[in-house]
Design a protein around this ligand. Structure first.
Ligand code: SF4
Ligand code: SF4
Length: 370
């Protein structure tokens, strides 16, 4: 089982799609009862986490925040005491240089928030962020990090998905071996003041189709680029295996709040009706499963989509007609990949690429359905 471990709720950045939107949201009634008294840092005994994790031989912990590296001593303490099968981290990357090399080398995956080129990243994340992130990813590689390094983008208008992903995969500053992105859509009450529909139709959906063509063209040269949303769906299509909610939230990937309570996903922080257990008296095996997305059951691509974002489905910050636009992006993505399936199968059959090239660690924090 995978667990996002919320180390702290503090963050050293003030990103547009996170901090700025959260500030606008203060005091808004979203029809859900929240716990407002949660500690901003871990308040449970790390030995309780060790006991909890030891009950599951596959226990994988993903350090998460806020910005988890604001609490480096806590991270080190957990890595020293908790018998997890693997440790992963999702970080904004600005403090990675402060983590000692022997801990860096023990991480299985480092997912770093970066939205693309310098101008794009700094526009959303603040001036100077990009340079710090690039300096630090170079640093972790120099320190001997041998795990998977994933550029984790948050994508919204006016981003050109094709250009930014291509840049992250291949540039003169630091070419990321893996890229994932999540659409900033449906999380906040922001639809009316955005230009989402036009952007989806004119930029994002055509960009995805172009990117899929580029992905397959690279396969013809023997290389399966680790573009996560594509990898995840292509793998399912190749195996003929439908998926539940692909991020795993509420069935394969849970989150542990700073007070030790267990929730389906880190974004569902403080939502009382979704408290599923407590590390002090629950087992990681057999936690209750949660699915929210009734509209999905009748959807013709549900098998391949798996449903999108539990959190967005609970809060319903976008009306169904607005949310349909998000589903259309999923449809476009799935159909673009479906169309390439005969070609991909042919490339595997002729030995140009291998089936294993499409494998990855599921529930590593990449939601797959962006
Ligand atoms: S495309 Fe939309 S309605 Fe269909 S399964 Fe995915 S999230 Fe649900
Ligand atoms: S996609 Fe939604 S439900 Fe899944 S981990 Fe992300 S915020 Fe949580």
């Amino acid at each position: 089982m995978f667990f996002h471990l919320i180390i702290t709720t503090d963050c050293n950045l003030r990103c547009k799609y996170c901090y700025e939107e959260a500030v606008r949201d203060i005091g808004v009634d979203v029809g859900v009862s929240f716990d407002y008294d949660l500690p901003s840092e871990i308040s449970y005994d790390v030995n309780d986490l060790a006991r909890f994790c030891s009950l599951d031989p596959d226990c994988s912990l993903i350090f998460y925040g806020g910005e988890p590296l604001l609490q480096i001593d806590r991270i080190k303490q957990i890595m020293d005491r908790v018998p997890a099968k693997r440790f992963l981290i999702q970080t904004n990357g600005t403090l990675l240089h402060e983590l000692d090399a022997n801990y860096i080398r023990r991480l299985h995956t480092i997912a770093v928030s970066v939205d693309g080129r310098e101008s794009t990243t700094d526009f959303f994340r603040g001036a100077g962020t990009f340079k710090k992130v690039i300096m630090n990813v170079r640093h972790v590689v120099k320190q001997g990090f041998g795990g998977e390094l994933i550029a984790r983008m948050t994508v919204m208008e006016p981003v050109d998905i094709y250009e930014e992903v291509r840049w992250l995969l291949d540039n003169d500053e630091f070419s990321f071996p893996s890229v994932h992105w999540q659409l900033n859509a449906g999380f906040w009450n922001d639809f009316e003041r955005r230009d989402f529909e036009r952007w989806v139709e004119d930029s994002y959906n055509p960009g995805i189709r172009r990117l899929v063509r580029f992905w397959v063209d690279q396969m013809k040269k023997g290389k399966v680029l680790r573009i996560y949303p594509f990898l995840g769906i292509a793998k399912s299509l190749l195996e003929g295996k439908p998926s539940k909610l692909r991020c795993g939230a509420g069935w394969a990937n849970y989150a542990i709040q700073t007070d030790g309570r267990i929730i389906p996903c880190p974004s569902m922080w403080g939502m009382r009706e979704f408290y599923l257990g407590d590390i002090r008296n629950s087992s990681p095996i057999g936690l209750p499963e949660v699915f929210v997305g009734d509209r999905c059951h009748d959807c013709h691509i549900y098998r391949w989509c798996g449903g999108r974002c539990l959190y967005a489905n609970v809060l319903k910050r976008w009306s169904w007609s607005s949310y349909r636009l998000v589903c259309k992006t999923v449809e476009n993505l799935v159909n673009s990949l479906r169309r390439t399936l005969p070609q991909i199968r042919g490339l595997i059959k002729s030995g140009v690429v291998k089936y294993e090239d499409f494998q990855f660690l599921e529930f590593n924090g990449c939601e797959i359905i962006p």
